[in-house]
Design a protein around this ligand. Structure first.
Ligand code: MLT
Length: 234
């Protein structure tokens, strides 16, 4: 049986071997939720980049720029990082350049992995189905916040592992802890998210509907996979 392990923060990544695994990168608030939403609205590709300047270079090549710093839209960018900004059929067929504080950096931190996909509650079951069919051991990488643990990505890791417990072994206590947390919170995920540090951080300017949206399970049937520097819908 393949195994599934959970890394609570990119800062802990040096402790994990991920090269032979599928890595599920998750940033529930809000990068991976927004990216999955963009694919549901048929963007052609998303290129995650580390810096604002990288986005600006790609804009000159015709890319749509998206992302945030400190949770807020960047001056001169086309889009911020709210999933609602990607619910726009004008984005159909477009290539996006995306930079965020944690989510896009987490994707770039695991580019040596055998397979990289995005995780969000919005496509939870599709991701579980993909992982079962793909039959590789899995690392769930929580993007966290600037290297620190966060509640929303951990809840997602628990939700995914909860779906996969008959198909994968759990080799570490982080996955067990995530599953227990999820089982306690499953009936009221939104309340748990509201108490989290990132929800508090964003509260000054974030419309509550972002949180309510990002916590929905299985709104979309799709996966997003990273190949040759870009994410694509599969
Ligand atoms: C990030 O990547 O750090 C987050 O998506 C921040 C945000 O909520 O915009």
């Amino acid at each position: 049986m393949k195994n599934l392990t959970t890394c609570f923060s990119p800062q802990l990544l040096p402790l994990y071997e991920f090269e032979d695994r599928t890595v599920v990168v998750v940033d529930i608030l809000r990068a991976t939720s927004s990216m999955v939403t963009a694919f549901a609205y048929d963007v052609a590709s998303i290129t995650p980049v580390p810096a604002l300047a990288d986005c600006r270079v790609l804009k000159e090549q015709g890319y749509i720029t998206a992302g945030e710093r400190g949770g807020q839209k960047v001056d001169g960018f086309d889009l911020g990082n709210s999933p609602f900004e990607f619910m726009d059929h004008k984005l159909n067929g477009k290539d996006l350049a995306f930079t965020t504080t944690n989510g896009s950096q987490a994707i770039l931190a695991v580019t040596g992995a055998r397979t990289i996909i995005l995780g969000s509650f919005l496509n939870l079951s599709s991701t579980a189905d993909f992982l079962i069919k793909n039959n590789e051991s899995v690392l769930v990488l929580c993007a966290g916040w600037k290297g620190k643990f966060n509640i929303e990505d951990t809840l997602y890791a628990g939700a995914l592992a909860n779906l996969l417990q008959d198909q994968f072994t759990f080799e570490d206590d982080s996955t067990l802890a995530a599953v227990n947390l999820y089982q306690n919170a499953a009936d009221d995920l939104l309340s748990f998210l509201h108490r989290g540090s990132h929800a508090q951080r964003l509260a000054g300017f974030l419309n509550h509907r972002d949180l309510e949206f990002c916590v929905q399970r299985d709104k979309f049937s799709l996966n997003a996979i990273y190949r040759n520097d870009r994410l694509y819908r599969i």
